[in-house]
Design a protein around this ligand. Structure first.
Ligand SMILES: [Fe+2]
Ligand SMILES: [Fe+2]
Length: 190
């Protein structure tokens, strides 16, 4: 059965457990209202699930990317180390808070480590992760152009305008925030 954001046979809680969310929130130092915080992670998750319907990306990798790619940010501006640090952080949790095979872990680490380097060419799962993140750039008034996106799915006019509108208005990804057990009032609509 298809839901708004993908195949309902994918159980997010097999990958993203309450304990993993707890770890991410403890590690993240910029607070619940951060533009790189949980509300951004949840929109990236929904962007990724939607893109994956077309790209065929690995959902477990996309889900883990959404939750963890900005976890080690130390500021809201330029932080060139946060991809590397977030990749190192998630590697330490594999086998304890989630279980990803070697290939999946390799994809996840590449996706996180290089997500802010502006790259385009990669495995389709990594590309889907990067596009899911870039589709939320309008929250900081950066509007992704099709040539800066990796996948045909993300360049689709309907998806691009859907995600950009949500990002610009900082619309809370209610479905995902609820699944993650987070307070929906955390994300303020401006
Ligand atoms: Fe980032
Ligand atoms: Fe991000």
């Amino acid at each position: 059965m298809q839901t708004q954001f993908g195949d309902s046979s994918f159980r997010f809680d097999w990958v993203i457990s309450p304990a993993l969310i707890d770890q991410a929130l403890k590690r993240f130092s910029l607070g619940m209202y951060s533009i790189h915080g949980p509300c951004h992670w949840a929109r990236v998750y929904e962007n990724g699930m939607r893109l994956a319907q077309s790209t065929g990306a690995r959902l477990d990798v996309v889900a883990l990317f959404a939750l963890s790619h900005d976890v080690c940010r130390t500021n809201e501006g330029i932080d060139r180390q946060h991809g590397l640090e977030s990749a190192k952080w998630i590697q330490k949790l594999n086998g304890k808070y989630f279980h990803l095979d070697e290939e999946g872990m390799d994809l996840l680490v590449r996706a996180i480590r290089y997500h802010s380097d502006g790259l385009i060419h990669e495995d389709v799962t990594v590309q889907t992760c990067w596009d899911a993140d870039r589709l939320d750039l309008a929250r900081v008034s950066i509007f992704p152009t099709p040539e800066r996106l990796c996948t045909t799915a993300a360049r689709n006019a309907d998806i691009l305008s859907w995600a950009t509108e949500r990002a610009f208005r900082k619309v809370p990804a209610f479905e995902t925030l609820k699944q993650w057990g987070l307070d929906l009032n955390t994300c303020v609509v401006e």
